[in-house]
Design a protein around this ligand. Structure first.
Ligand SMILES: Cc1ncc(COP(=O)(O)O)c(C=O)c1O
Length: 379
């Protein structure tokens, strides 16, 4: 029975397939009930060994770059969407061999690339990323609507008539948000961009819809989408979440290499790195959940969990355990599948975590292990 972390190589990102399927079933329910299309944002989750499962539920993938578009085209199939703040001249021809939907971040970019796009790929669709000027995101790092944002065109900067060839708008302003934030976003889009909507065929509502989080009001999401569709029946709606697909579907399991004491603080040094393997913990910042551990409790064995690099700040915070930790014990970080996995580095030359899947049939599949060549090939 899962989890048997002691038997797995370390450190390892381990996907719990049953949890992924459970998320996908919820998302498929939303698609059917609300009549929308959901595609996977590869920037949030790119573990392509799971794509044979994910593609049974979702319509396709969306990319932020040439390489993600290639991965989506090769490994996911279905519709391949792409958005980049600015496409590169030297990559666009190759990009056109992979993507079907192109979201442009400015009219400049649209005018520069769309003639080539429509000449080579007449069936391709082109759209504009808009800035809905509404966001509930409180961290500027994740808020595309801050003043001076380079992401998306403001309504005041659009001409009275859209140029020919634009068939959709693309809005992304949410991050781990609820359906009420989406409801307000839709109001803002209608208020600022309402006059353009009758001329479009699709509206892509970006990511950030955390419909697989416990407590998310899925019925409200469905009703919000249905109400919008009633007002704009000609528009096909697309959602492109990343986090929601892999939300709480797996772990980063590590091993205690040493325990040192510093001014009365016990520090467990793990065989992973917070900085190299979980950079969002430092960047966001946030304190991840550790299995069988809690925030510090007086009287319980308490440790600061630190990584294997020499960065002084390569630690995650203090946790209490039921029993004292020993060298060789496992320390397992929860919810490490979205973003964490795609953001790893080999800082300090430390090895990347293995990647594995705990399958629905209870078998463990070691998908990938890394080594010196992965480190060296990047330098
Ligand atoms: C344009 C766009 N679409 C989709 C996403 C996915 O968002 P999330 O993983 O929060 O659902 C992002 C995330 O930054 C994004 O920038």
């Amino acid at each position: 029975m899962f989890p048997q972390f002691e038997k797995l190589p370390s450190p390892i990102f381990i996907m719990h397939e049953e949890k992924l399927v459970s998320n996908l079933e919820k998302m498929a329910y939303v698609q059917v009930k609300a009549g929308v299309k959901i595609i996977l944002a590869l920037k949030g989750f790119s573990m392509y060994s799971t794509f044979p499962i994910v593609r049974k539920y979702l319509f396709g993938s969306t990319a932020s770059s040439l390489h993600e578009a290639k991965l989506g085209h090769e490994e996911f199939g279905g519709e391949t969407h792409v958005y980049s703040p600015a496409y590169r001249e030297d990559e666009f021809d190759e990009l056109m061999t992979y993507a079907d939907y192109y979201s442009f971040n400015s009219l400049n970019q649209f005018h520069k690339f769309s003639p080539r796009l429509f000449a080579k790929k007449p069936a391709a669709k082109a759209g504009l990323r808009i800035n809905p000027e509404y966001s509930t995101v409180t961290t500027d790092l994740y808020n595309p609507c801050i003043p001076g944002s380079r992401l998306g065109i403001r309504a005041e900067d659009l001409p009275e008539n859209l140029p020919d060839g634009i068939s959709f708008f693309h809005s992304h302003n949410l991050c781990e948000s609820d359906s009420f934030a989406l409801e307000e976003t839709l109001k803002s889009i209608e208020k600022l961009f309402g006059k353009y909507l009758p001329k479009l065929k699709k509206l892509n509502l970006g990511g950030g819809h955390l419909m697989t989080r416990e407590g998310y009001d899925i019925d409200h999401l469905i009703n919000t989408l249905l109400a919008f569709k009633k007002r704009h029946p000609h528009l096909e709606l697309i959602l492109e979440p990343g986090s929601a697909v892999a939300w709480q579907t797996g772990y980063l399991s590590s091993t205690v290499l040493d325990i040192v004491s510093s001014k009365g603080i016990n520090v467990a040094i793990l065989d992973c790195s917070i900085s190299a393997h979980m950079p969002d913990v430092i960047e966001m910042p946030y304190k991840p959940k550790v299995l069988n551990a809690s925030d510090p409790v007086i009287g319980k064995p308490t440790y600061r969990l630190g990584g294997q690099t020499c960065l002084a700040g390569d630690f995650v915070g203090d946790y209490s355990f039921e029993k004292p930790l020993h060298i060789g014990d496992k320390v397992v970080f929860d919810d490490m599948m979205h973003y964490t996995m795609v953001k790893t580095t080999t800082f300090n030359g430390i090895n990347l975590p293995h990647i594995g899947i705990w399958k629905q049939n209870n078998e463990f599949d070691l998908v990938k292990s890394f080594g010196y060549s992965d480190f060296k090939s990047r330098l």
